[in-house]
Write a protein that binds this ligand. Structure first.
Ligand SMILES: [Ca+2]
Length: 126
């Protein structure tokens, strides 16, 4: 079940603790009133939240254990990148180190306007 909340037109600084925020535009929406999607659990299809292939930056506001996998295709498939608590800010999503999803292992993935599902794990890292 999805945990995304469509949060249109909220302040760009909104970054709740224990969440992954996806922003419609680069640099956490910069100075524009673009959309923010707040994710706290697995989302099988971002299309259910009018968010398919729309995010251009991300902020992962967690302190430990949690990881988030950003996937290019629905149902947690396709190329992906794993975010951990060691880095919170992703002002763009163009060349994130990730996994190609095709068996070729780790490589740069291009997720700008391409994320279609998100996997959240709350017990990783230790
Ligand atoms: Ca996609």
């Amino acid at each position: 079940m999805g945990g995304a909340v469509p949060a249109a037109w909220q302040a760009r600084a909104l970054r709740p603790e224990w969440s992954l925020c996806l922003y419609q535009d680069r640099d956490f929406n910069g100075t524009s009133d673009a959309r923010i999607w707040i994710i706290t659990d697995d989302v099988e299809r971002l299309s259910a939240y009018d968010a398919n292939d729309r995010a251009s930056s991300a902020y992962f506001n967690v302190s430990s254990r949690w990881t988030a996998r950003l996937c290019a295709d629905a149902e947690w498939t396709g190329g992906s990148a794993l975010l951990t608590s060691s880095k919170n800010e992703y002002p763009h999503l163009n060349n994130v180190t990730g996994n190609a999803g095709d068996g070729t292992g780790y490589k740069v993935v291009w997720l700008n306007d391409n994320i279609s599902s998100v996997g959240i794990s709350k017990n990783s890292g230790w």
